[in-house]
Write a protein that binds this ligand. Structure first.
Ligand code: CP3
Length: 347
């Protein structure tokens, strides 16, 4: 993909993702548009979650809300990882957690899965991407996203909240061929969808593999790495910077360097220095403030934010939380964190 001509030196997110150090760390928060914001709740009072996802003007409005309020360095498309599963045949609803009425369990179920072509199946999402890129300030980078094959499969196979992963893990161990065919089909969708989002205006993409940490390192390598590697290879070939996020995945670190992602997003339980020792000095990380810190007092927020800035030192890094912002987060606490990052100086 050609370098966007609008890229300016003030896009600190893009610089760090590409391995350059900037004077202040770029910052955005996972789930930065959402229920902790009164302006989001106002929109949700009138429209359902899926209506917001499927209406470009509404998706654009809620995507921009946290940028207007906080001036984050990056914006993330308002949608959900499960949105592309519906055109593939999943019957999904949010109440508010996701529920899938037709869980995928057998070869016959897999045969019913429809192929995915983003422009044909989700034109409104790509329209939202283009609209958002036009509306965003020039200096704000725009991140597209998708779920990783295993995390998507965990919802579809379990039919909703995936814990304790009994059905999907049993399938992985006892029917590996079916499991791999399903993951490969999801990987094709993910790669195609992310490239389409970049072509519509996203500057970079993130792959959410929230549940990968429930597997052992051996099983991650054997069962997940091949489909993930295909996705990141496709993104690299297309020149699209990418980030891989997994929760509770400290034990998977030795394999994450093999993914081919530009950035590894860490949850709050992984020590950045240890991650660096495992993956090497040149790996760019994102994260990893515990979202609960933002519920604390000012001194706590400043101290914990500073700790990450100090550990990062003079290396490239994308400041973020270790998981999504909690809905009970007081909105002013985000300002305190931002002040420490932007006015506190680097180590
Ligand atoms: O980060 C962002 O601001 C972009 C939008 C975004 C949402 N979900 C919006 C959302 C993104 C990137 C996601 C990713 C997502 N969705 C993941 C991976 C990251 C993670 O959080 O672990 C997963 C596992 C999902 C599936 C999902 N969607 C769940 C489990 C839930 C219910 C839990 C909850 O928070 O209510 C959702 C709903 C959802 N996705 C909401 C939002 C803002 C809440 C919708 C509402 O009621 O308004």
């Amino acid at each position: 993909m050609a370098e966007p001509t609008t890229l300016t030196p003030t896009r600190t997110y893009m610089q760090n993702v590409r391995g350059e150090t900037t004077e202040t760390l770029p910052v955005w928060l996972m789930r930065q548009a959402g229920r902790y914001l009164p302006e989001y709740l106002e929109v949700r009072g009138k429209y359902s979650f899926l209506d917001v996802c499927h209406t470009p003007e509404l998706a654009c409005e809620v995507t921009l809300q946290p940028i207007r309020r906080y001036g984050f360095d990056a914006s993330i498309l308002f949608s959900d990882i499960l949105v592309p599963l519906a055109p593939m045949g999943a019957k999904i609803d949010f109440n508010p957690g996701p529920e899938i009425a037709n869980p995928l369990r057998t070869y016959d179920d897999l045969k019913q899965v429809k192929t995915f072509e983003a422009r044909e199946k989700l034109p409104e999402v790509l329209e939202a991407v283009s609209l958002i890129r036009r509306e965003l300030p020039e200096e704000t980078s725009f991140i597209g996203f998708a779920g990783a094959p295993f995390t998507l499969a965990s919802y579809w196979i379990e039919g909703g909240k995936p814990e304790p992963f009994a059905t999907i893990k049993t399938m992985m161990y006892t029917e590996p061929k079916l499991f791999h065919e399903f993951l490969d089909q999801l990987a094709q969708m993910v790669a195609e969808y992310l490239v389409a989002q970049a072509e519509a205006g996203a500057n970079a993409v993130q792959v959410f593999d929230t549940w990968a940490g429930v597997l052992t390192l051996k099983d991650f390598r054997e069962h997940l790495l091949p489909s993930l590697h295909k996705i990141f290879t496709r993104l690299r070939e297309a020149g699209i910077p990418s980030t891989y996020y997994a929760k509770g995945a400290a034990h998977l670190l030795p394999a994450l360097g093999d993914l081919g992602a530009s950035v590894i997003s860490l949850d709050w339980r992984i020590d950045i220095e240890e991650a660096r020792r495992t993956l090497g000095e040149t790996t760019v990380f994102q994260g990893n403030l515990d979202p609960t810190v933002l519920l604390g007092d000012e001194a706590t927020i400043r101290r914990e934010t500073r700790h990450i800035i100090d550990v990062v030192g003079d290396r490239p890094h994308v400041f973020n939380l270790g998981h999504g912002i909690l809905r009970m987060t007081p909105i002013d606490n985000v300002h305190i964190m931002l002040d420490e990052i932007r006015n506190g100086g680097r180590a």
